[in-house]
Design a protein around this ligand. Structure first.
Ligand SMILES: [Zn+2]
Ligand SMILES: [Zn+2]
Length: 276
């Protein structure tokens, strides 16, 4: 199995997985990079997986349909969102079987209301699991809350954080360096973060992606996954005044997450929205 990040637009990646001569892509916002990669590597497109409805994730679907081998290939997407039809709608806990691989569907609302993610727990060949998380988790950051609440997003991120540490995180955008600048502001004394930032700068200087990341690494460096850390809490409190006892609205509280951690998360997300 081979995993490739196809650059698209200014900072998107269309992830391509291939096994032998068969391939699938995740979130093809445009068709051209996919068509070029299929031709270059002599691959057949067998399926398209979609995480959410934004144009930079679905814009290439219709132009790619003729490539879906013998008309047998399919498009799978979130049941609760408007994706270019026809597509097979997916909900929490469903599985997609493609290229002989099993993808589990997680519903992860926050960035959009019906956002889903795909987990490939057993890629085979001793390879680490893969997570295709769309615009929910980024390396060093997380997606904006266009249609969801901070509590929903934090609960979605917690599901990723619970995956095996070696899980490779395939995010859709190369936002890493700008996220890490913000993360350093939150945790200037985090050595793992400083080291990772230097590595990412090297990657970008050579025109290489910083992705995929890994769950274990994100737990060390991503402030949005570190809302229970005293250093992160102190930074959030310095920037935004909120009562430590502030509680989420009724029905919003994700289990297992302290209200303090949620207030910190909401403060960080708001801070990042305005951060330049
Ligand atoms: Zn999006
Ligand atoms: Zn996007």
């Amino acid at each position: 199995m081979e995993l490739t990040a196809l650059p698209a637009f200014t900072d998107n990646y269309i992830w391509m997985l291939s096994v032998g001569r068969d391939a699938l892509v995740v979130d093809p916002g445009e068709a051209e990079p996919v068509i070029a990669a299929l031709r270059e590597r002599d691959l057949h497109l067998r399926g398209i997986l979609v995480t959410h409805h934004h144009g930079d994730h679905v814009g290439g679907i219709d132009a790619l349909r003729p490539c879906l081998k013998d008309g047998q290939g399919q498009v799978w997407g979130p049941a609760r969102e408007r994706i270019p039809a026809p597509f097979t709608p997916l909900s929490e806990g469903q599985h997609v079987s493609l290229l002989g691989l099993d993808f589990e569907v997680l519903e992860v609302p926050g960035h959009t209301a019906g956002h889903i993610a795909f987990v490939l727990r057993q890629p085979g060949g001793g390879q680490a699991p893969l997570l295709f998380c769309g615009d929910t988790l980024f390396s060093g950051g997380c997606g904006r809350l266009f249609e969801g609440t901070p509590a929903q997003m934090q609960a979605s991120l917690a599901r990723f954080a619970a995956l095996p540490a070696e899980t490779r995180v395939c995010c859709t955008h190369e936002y890493t360096l700008s996220n890490l600048r913000f993360a350093r502001e939150i945790e200037p004394d985090n050595h793992a973060l400083a080291e990772y930032q230097a590595w990412c700068e090297g990657q970008r200087a050579q025109g290489q992606p910083t992705l995929p990341s890994r769950v274990g690494l994100e737990l060390q460096i991503n402030p949005f996954l570190r809302c229970t850390e005293p250093s992160v809490q102190a930074a959030a409190r310095r920037h935004t005044s909120f009562s430590p006892t502030q509680r989420p609205r009724p029905g919003e509280a994700p289990q297992d997450l302290a209200p303090e951690s949620l207030a910190v998360f909401a403060a960080l997300r708001q801070w990042k929205n305005d951060y330049r």
